[in-house]
Design a protein around this ligand. Structure first.
Ligand SMILES: C[S@@+](CC[C@H](N)C(=O)[O-])C[C@H]1O[C@@H](n2cnc3c(N)ncnc32)[C@H](O)[C@@H]1O
Length: 251
């Protein structure tokens, strides 16, 4: 049976890590032969190159593992926190190949889920509307979903259109803080009163929570694993700290 393919995030960065790891590894091997042995500095150069090689290759493997295993397991943990009725109108902002969009659609009976994206190949491998639709077909929910091309800074929907809005690892792709805040404001604008917002991302957790509260959302809950957060933050120099924020629009 065909399996869904939810892609690899930031494929360019993954390629960079593997290439840098191989270059550092080869340089490490070469210096063993080139640099005069028995000298402290020659050992030091070798050790540094060896550590760099292991670090880069390790980071590449971590990114692939996270995209292809952890993210998929986490989808159900995240979505199970929502008290689904089955008739919701759902929006996935930056849906990519449909991970959350399809997870939400699996929880719907009469409801409908829409995914929007600009399909950036830099942010996810083989990113396309067809990729999300194919995955939905494989997962048996194609009739419950729809994908559209749209920018998260200007959502093409009327105010108060959705019962549930999810966004998974997408907002950080906006490089400028003003744009990230604009995108969050747009999500809040199109959320119905009593609607729920689930914002998962790898950076900016405090700024997002502050913005959501400033926009009047209530029941804000920030969820992350403290030990995992410390380890991932250390190895990624603070750039990879997966967090989920749950919030609700007051009635
Ligand atoms: C790392 S991928 C995550 C995709 C998907 N949510 C997932 O978890 O598998 C980030 C997604 O955000 C999308 N994206 C980036 N900037 C966007 C923008 N301005 N508007 C809409 N989507 C955007 C990218 O095209 C990409 O599909």
């Amino acid at each position: 049976m065909k399996k869904p393919n939810y892609g690899i995030d930031a494929p360019g960065l993954v390629r960079f890590f593997f290439a840098a790891g191989i270059v550092a590894g080869l340089a490490c091997i070469a210096t063993i032969f080139i640099l005069p042995g028995q000298q402290f500095w020659a050992y030091l150069v070798d050790i540094i190159l060896g550590i760099l090689s292991a670090y880069f290759i390790g980071m590449g493997c971590l990114m692939i593992y996270w995209s292809s295993v952890v993210k998929i397991k986490n989808r159900d943990l995240v979505l199970d926190q929502i008290p689904w009725m089955g008739d919701e109108r759902v929006l996935d902002v930056g849906c990519g190949r449909g991970l959350m969009l399809i997870g939400a659609a699996q929880r719907l009976t009469s409801g409908h889920a829409i995914g929007i994206d600009i399909w950036s190949a830099q942010d996810q491998s083989s990113n396309s509307p067809e990729g999300a639709i194919d995955n939905a077909r494989i997962e048996g929910v194609v009739e419950k979903i729809e994908v559209r091309t749209a920018d998260m800074r200007s959502l093409p929907f009327a105010d108060h259109s959705f019962d549930v809005i999810v966004s998974h690892w997408a907002v950080h792709n906006l490089a400028i803080e003003v744009d990230r805040h604009l995108s969050i404001s747009e999500m809040v604008r199109v959320l119905k009163p009593s609607g729920r917002l689930v914002l998962c991302d790898i950076e900016n957790r405090d700024a997002y929570a502050k913005k959501l509260k400033a926009l009047g959302l209530t029941d804000c809950r920030t969820v992350f694993r403290p030990l995992t957060d410390i380890v991932l933050s250390a190895v990624s120099f603070g750039s990879f700290r997966p967090t989920t924020i749950y919030a609700r629009r007051p009635t």
